[in-house]
Design a protein around this ligand. Structure first.
Ligand code: GLP
Length: 247
């Protein structure tokens, strides 16, 4: 695992965007696994800036997103479909047909999850998976104490995740209680993983995830077993790890 330190959120975003940019330049047909949450927004902003300058081209790129809320459609401002279009897709030349996100309005969630796994496999797997880190160590919507052996599936969100995400909803009671997420198995099958983490609020969980025991209690701890993980984090996020002298 490589840990790359950035001075601040902007630096973290630029370094992570550089890694994604390199991936797309090296393989114009890359399959990018993408993430939502507040942390990756700066990464997308940077990629958009480089796209506008002509430095990066998304025409041949395929994307698969980690997760989506059950019950929210593309026109709901809190759906991850909406997020991805607002923060990224609408500003670059990615082709609509190359965008893949679980359909939050699917009637048959089990079939939707199976279709999603099939899509990822037909694309040849994920070349580079971008991840954020939940406050409790979740990745995608893989909550603590879940199985490490699942592909895309439906999850019941934990109260902590519901309340952490309530800040994005006009009506906090409107946060969905279920989501579809790529499983830990799907994430671990990505050829490369890039995790972005920012702020002192994540310092403790990042320390536990990277240097604590590998346990379903901290889903991100499984990344210790992946052969190609890069963590780009700012000083705040790395502050606890630094006190141990581990970096
Ligand atoms: C949500 C998303 C995760 C994300 C997490 C952390 O739960 N499903 O993919 O990593 O939030 O978000 P933030 O970056 O806002 O802390």
């Amino acid at each position: 695992m490589k840990i790359i330190e950035a001075a601040d959120y902007r630096g973290m975003s630029r370094k992570a965007a550089n890694i994604i940019s390199a991936q797309v330049i090296l393989n114009q047909r890359s399959v990018l696994g993408l993430a939502t949450g507040s942390t990756p927004i700066g990464v997308y902003e940077q990629l958009i800036e480089w796209y506008r300058k002509g430095d990066i081209d998304f025409l041949g790129v395929q994307t698969v997103n980690l997760d989506e809320y059950c019950g929210l459609g593309a026109d709901h401002p809190q759906s991850y479909q909406y997020y991805m279009h607002t923060y990224f897709f609408d500003h670059v030349n990615i082709q609509e047909k190359n965008i893949h996100i679980p359909n939050g309005l699917a009637r048959d969630i089990t079939a939707e999850c199976a279709d999603y796994d099939r899509t990822i496999s037909l694309l040849g797997g994920i070349d580079l998976q971008l991840l954020g880190l939940g406050n409790d160590g979740h990745i995608g919507f893989n909550e603590p104490n879940g199985s490490f052996n699942k592909t895309t599936h439906r999850v019941a969100l934990k109260e902590e995740t519901i309340s952490a995400n309530a800040r994005f909803f006009d009506d906090p009671k409107g946060v969905p209680r279920y989501a579809m997420t790529m499983g830990i198995k799907s994430i671990m099958q990505a050829k490369k993983i890039l995790m972005v983490v920012s702020g002192t609020g994540k310092a403790d969980i990042l320390d536990q995830a990277l240097f604590g025991p590998v346990t379903p209690l901290i889903p991100a701890s499984i990344l210790q077993l992946h052969p190609d993980v890069t963590v780009v984090a700012d000083e705040g996020a790395l502050s606890q790890i630094r006190t141990h002298g581990l970096i």
